[in-house]
Design a protein around this ligand. Structure first.
Ligand code: HEC
Ligand code: HEC
Length: 366
């Protein structure tokens, strides 16, 4: 048996980039603050895999889709012989052929549903219009995205487990071939044409450029924040003046109507302070709060807060809602130890645009 070059430099760099970007997108998935990094990485992986699809149609031995083995009978034999003397494949074996196509399908489904969820839930990016129409279903959008993303991760773990098992039970070369490109067997080595090399450079370069561009351009079409900023001093001067005199201005969408009504009915004892107003001013502010309460908002904070409300107890303050507590686990310590924040109700220390009615994940400090 001789050593043959199976994976060209471009295929190996693709594989390495795919590993690094996938790890990044996975690690950035569970924190709101990293959402725009998560989205940028997701789109960059999209560029990478679009290029890989084109690569699969170029006449490159082992990498082209024509050289994948998709025969179900072969897959069966292959899986049954994993622990025994299995047939060795120079290019992709039936299991990895199916895994790769499965990963591609799940990846594109994850990207599309991710973009839709980003629009519906956050009002961000290319599908931000969904936040005006489908906001009530934002949770569903997010869950569908998570379903595809988890399925993708499952397939990736299976693929890694398969490769490690192979390494343990069979040849050491197969895993190493993703680094140096060589396998042992009968066949010809890969040789790329000038055109194929040029495409390879363009393809991998475009992925890196796309990633850098997205990370550096928060206003790019795919990531832009399309939530309107509200100037409350213009929209309702009395609300901005009276309710912003002792503390920061809390946007009306952060509490349900009943909570605002109760608060406005007891301004003479407002968290221990007397915040009473003339009846006409009070009624005008109350009407404004009611018209813009959580029930009328398309914001993530409003939709999730309402969905977690228990009917019998209406929150007396924002920081008492279970939604707020869940998102701010452990924040009390951070707030009290930092003199710039002081107390947890000083939202604007961590959400700089909140007085303009915007709680953009990527602005979050603290
Ligand atoms: C006289 C001072 C004063 C005025 C005027 C005032 N507040 Fe307050 N407000 C407070 C204090 C004190 C607290 C409790 C401490 C804190 O959270 O900052 C509070 C808390 C709140 C909270 C709860 C924040 C949380 O922790 O969840 C909301 C909401 C609120 N105020 C809304 C209003 C609105 C609406 C108005 C206008 C009608 C208003 N406030 C006017 C003093 C005031
Ligand atoms: C000490 C910093 C800090 C303070 C103070 C703070 N937050 Fe947050 N907030 C955060 C962090 C960090 C997150 C993100 C948590 C995560 O990644 O899941 C967050 C998340 C949120 C979210 C969910 C994200 C979204 O897009 O809807 C809302 C809503 C929110 N905060 C509202 C508030 C409000 C209202 C206040 C004031 C009553 C407040 N926060 C005070 C740090 C803070």
């Amino acid at each position: 048996m001789k050593k043959i070059l199976v994976w060209s430099l471009y295929t190996r760099v693709f594989h390495l980039l795919a590993m690094v970007l996938m790890l990044g997108v996975y690690l950035s998935s569970d924190e709101d603050r990293r959402l725009s990094i998560h989205a940028s990485l997701g789109y960059a992986i999209g560029v990478l895999f679009l290029g890989r699809i084109v690569w699969g149609f170029l006449d490159i031995p082992y990498s082209k889709f024509k050289d994948f083995s998709f025969k179900i009978a072969d897959l069966k034999t292959y899986m049954l012989s994993v622990f025994g003397a299995k047939k060795s494949y120079i290019g992709h074996n039936p299991a990895s052929s199916y895994a790769i196509v499965g990963m591609m399908v799940l990846l594109f489904l994850s990207i599309v549903t991710g973009a839709l969820a980003y629009g519906a839930q956050e009002g961000m990016g290319i599908a931000s219009f969904l936040n005006h129409t489908w906001f009530a279903k934002m949770k569903l959008f997010k869950e569908v995205h998570e379903f595809f993303a988890n399925a993708l991760m499952f397939l990736i773990f299976a693929h890694i487990a398969g490769a490690l098992l192979d390494r343990l039970l069979h040849s050491k070369l197969i895993l190493r071939s993703m680094v140096d490109g060589y396998k042992e067997g009968e066949g010809q080595s890969v040789q790329l044409s000038l055109f194929q090399k040029a495409f390879g450079v363009l393809w991998l370069g475009a992925t890196v450029v796309a990633l850098i561009y997205l990370l550096a351009s928060p206003n790019a079409l795919l990531l832009a924040d399309n939530n309107p900023k509200v100037d409350y001093a213009k929209v309702h001067p009395a609300f901005a003046k009276e309710c912003g005199s002792c503390h920061m201005l809390y946007p009306p969408f952060l509490l349900p109507k009943t909570s605002w009504d109760e608060m406005m009915a007891s301004l003479d004892n407002h968290f221990g302070d007397d915040a009473s107003l003339e009846t006409a001013t009070m009624q005008s502010i109350k009407a404004f709060l009611d018209d813009n309460s959580a029930e009328h908002a398309t914001k993530e904070a409003a939709v999730y807060m309402l969905s977690r409300l228990k009917n019998d107890t209406m929150p007396k303050s924002i920081t008492q809602t279970s939604f707020w507590k869940k998102r701010h686990h452990g924040i009390e310590k951070v707030a009290s130890s930092d003199p710039k924040i002081g107390k947890i109700s000083n939202c604007k220390a961590c959400h700089p645009m909140i007085e303009q009615g915007s709680i953009n994940d990527r602005d979050i400090k603290g």
